[in-house]
Design a protein around this ligand. Structure first.
Ligand SMILES: [Zn+2]
Length: 122
């Protein structure tokens, strides 16, 4: 967060000056149109932030969402039912083939839960 002293409004800093765009870009906290601030002297900080490391890993906790599987026809994009068991999802393919014998290519969609594990403060 920063406060634009010339426009008397606060915003989230979404861009710092660099070689391509030599200005700060602020965005209203509730969303909306960004605005540019050219001079650092026009900004004052209103909040302080700390950064933290996170490790992203497959979620194997007991309360993790279950894996799910579904098959999609690559010809017509129809998707079979999602299931927690891959074999059940695969069983949709022969049924689809009976109705559309010329649809011979498929995609498997696998949904696996992941978890962000907080690490050290930076
Ligand atoms: Zn199809």
């Amino acid at each position: 967060m920063a406060y634009d002293q010339r426009r008397r409004r606060s915003g989230v800093v979404v861009h710092l000056p660099d070689g391509n765009a030599p200005f700060y870009l602020l965005r209203p906290t509730g969303g909306g149109d960004d605005w540019a601030v050219r001079r650092r002297a026009d900004l004052s900080k209103t909040d302080r932030f700390r950064f933290r490391e996170y490790t992203i890993t497959p979620d194997a906790e007991p309360d993790a969402e279950p894996h799910s599987y579904a098959m999609e026809c690559a010809v017509c994009s129809e998707v079979g039912p999602f299931s927690g068991k891959a074999a059940e999802a695969h069983a949709w393919v022969p049924a689809h083939l009976r109705v559309h014998p010329e649809h011979l290519t498929y995609r498997e969609h696998v949904t696996r839960p992941y978890r962000a594990i907080p690490g050290a403060w930076l």
